[in-house]
Design a protein around this ligand. Structure first.
Ligand code: GLN
Length: 557
């Protein structure tokens, strides 16, 4: 079991009472604090649901699918981890019960278990432990979050696995941190600690005594109440922390640090380290909450507008660029569905820029085309991401090149009979660092996608080159369809430039309109690589164009 260096410490983050309390942010914030104190950190997430990965899950229900450099479709918490710690997440940093079971069942069929009865304990729990411990030798801390809440049936093997790790390694290398809710009952005018007590009781009944409690609350929990929680939950008084609602997520590391959370964690491990320098965090909180250069509005035309987390990385990437320019970026979401019937100009009256993000399926595409057409003709800055680039190409083909039936093969078989219709089509071969990757059209859903980091060459003299300050970039992908390079010449002649191409020269990666102030479409997802302290150059430039547009409108008024 002890494959890890004796130096690596493990911090397990669990949750109780209800979900969505901010475990991912708590883990990310603690990681950021430890990092600022000079430690090397790695963050992992264990998801007890049975999907093999979140790739097939509806973003409306589960939130965004975060894609790593190495091409894994993972939980959106990995996005928080990357953004707060600056450490690129890997395939090996997120696992689901589905994947664990699938591994176990293949091993069983191969006969790896040599005739033994295969059981949740020890076989599933052993696989979970292997996952947690793998490749952690060079880390000072591994922060490992368990999805769901304590008491969920499907979570039990995960809790048992982390209990065993603590049992074997001892408390000098393992810390359990539990996040619960302390609700406020308005009618009684009281904060209630009972749900927290029950949650900890549940955790202790499966053999885990938390070392640190984070109590999420809408309002200040008086010391007296915190001490009561400590007493009933069997913790020292200084191990109970408040996780109060904050105006912005960038405050979270600061609020925990003010309460000495990082110091308490180091004490647990008997470690000493210099105090963290949090000036850069304070700076972004200030810029984000009180920007000094006014505000701009970006209209985002998408489909999954019901769920706040469906475009998490995009929301954050826009915020990062806003922070960098010291402006507030208002994100106005417009549902693409049914939208083409409305007065487009009215819809975009106060939009300083328009963005069409990634998406799947035909629903809402006419609305997106109308929005892009409006941005193109009215010279409003436009950023098209993935689907947003494909639809921009279709819009251009239909309205400028006169290919009236231009479409994507994603929208079902094209029935017009004219081959030219299929401008965006399925690809089953990709060139990855000189090696051709092949997939079948009939692979399982997810299997046919181009996923993860791919290289792209940028054409000299393009806006893209100016934006990136480089002619060679790597960006993350998640899509099945590609723009057909066959139309290259027609597009260039009419004025749409393909300014970024795959190394093979076959896949258009970036398009732009030189006669427009700022019109860029990218086949990849730049939002996945934006960080609060290093905004993505495309978003940085896009927001700058929006600021210029806002100034132009103001002058004209
Ligand atoms: N649906 C498109 C494709 O699969 C675009 C995907 C996306 O925007 N992520 O190619």
């Amino acid at each position: 079991m002890d494959k890890t260096n004796t130096k690596t410490r493990f911090i397990f983050i669990t949750g109780g009472v209800v979900s969505s309390l901010g475990k991912g942010l708590a883990a990310s914030s603690l990681a950021a604090l430890l990092q600022e104190r000079g430690f090397k950190v790695r963050l992992r997430k264990l998801d007890p649901y049975l999907n093999i990965d979140p790739g097939t899950m509806n973003p409306n229900q589960h939130g965004e699918v975060f894609v790593t450099e190495d091409g894994a479709e993972t939980d959106l918490d990995l996005g928080h981890y990357e953004r707060f710690s600056g450490v690129d997440a890997k395939k090996s940093d997120n696992v689901t019960a589905g994947r664990i079971y699938s591994t176990l069942l293949s091993k069983e069929r191969r006969g790896d278990y040599l005739g033994r009865t295969v059981q949740v304990i020890p076989h599933i729990t052993d696989l979970i432990k292997d996952f947690i411990l793998k490749d952690t030798e060079n880390e000072d801390f591994v922060l490992c979050e368990i999805g769901g809440t304590v008491g969920d049936i499907e979570g039990l093997p995960f809790f048992e696995a982390i209990r065993q790790i603590g049992y074997k390694m001892g408390r000098s290398r393992v810390l359990y941190m539990h996040l619960t809710l302390v609700p406020y009952l308005a009618a009684a005018k009281e904060l209630k600690t009972k749900p927290t007590q029950h949650s900890v009781k549940e955790l202790r009944s499966i053999g885990i005594q938390p070392d640190i409690l984070l109590c999420r609350a809408e309002r200040e929990i008086p010391l007296e109440e915190r001490n009561k929680i400590a007493l009933f939950c069997n913790l020292p008084e200084d191990a109970v922390f408040q996780a109060l609602d904050v105006k912005s997520i960038y405050q979270v590391p600061l609020r925990y640090h003010e309460q000495n959370l990082d110091e308490r964690v180091l004490e647990h491990f008997d470690l000493k380290a210099p105090a963290p320098d949090l000036a850069k965090w304070k700076n972004i909180v200030h810029r984000f909450e009180q920007p000094e250069e006014g505000e701009i509005t970006v209209a985002i035309v998408g489909k999954y507008t019901g769920m706040g987390d469906a475009y998490k990385s995009l929301n954050e990437a826009l915020d990062h660029a806003g922070i960098a320019h010291n402006v507030r970026v208002n994100q106005r979401w417009i549902d693409a569905k049914g939208f083409e019937k409305l007065d487009v100009a009215k819809k975009f009256k106060d939009a300083d820029a328009i963005l069409v993000p990634g998406g799947f399926g035909e629903r809402g595409v006419l609305g997106k085309i109308a929005a892009i057409n409006y941005a193109r003709e009215n010279k409003i800055p436009y950023l098209g991401i993935c689907f947003g680039m494909q639809v921009a190409v279709i819009e251009y083909a239909r309205n400028v090149l006169g290919i009236k039936d231009a479409t994507s093969s994603e929208f079902g078989a094209y029935e017009g009979g004219d081959e030219r219709g299929s401008l965006v089509g399925i690809m089953t071969e990709w060139d990855k660092q000189g090696v051709v990757e092949k997939r079948s059209k009939d692979d399982d859903l997810g299997g046919t996608m181009r996923l993860g980091a791919y290289e792209c060459n940028i054409i000299t003299g393009s806006l893209a080159e100016k934006i990136y300050g480089s002619k060679h970039i790597t960006e993350r992908h998640r899509h099945r369809y590609e723009v057909n390079i066959g139309y290259h010449k027609e597009f260039e002649k009419a004025g749409m430039k393909i300014s970024g191409l795959s190394p093979s020269g076959k896949l258009p990666e970036i398009i732009e309109l030189p006669d427009h102030p700022w019109f860029v479409g990218v086949q990849f997802h730049p939002e996945l690589k934006s960080r609060p302290f290093a905004p993505h150059p495309l978003f940085y430039s896009f927001i700058k164009a929006a600021i210029t547009q806002a100034q132009k409108v103001k002058k004209a008024a």
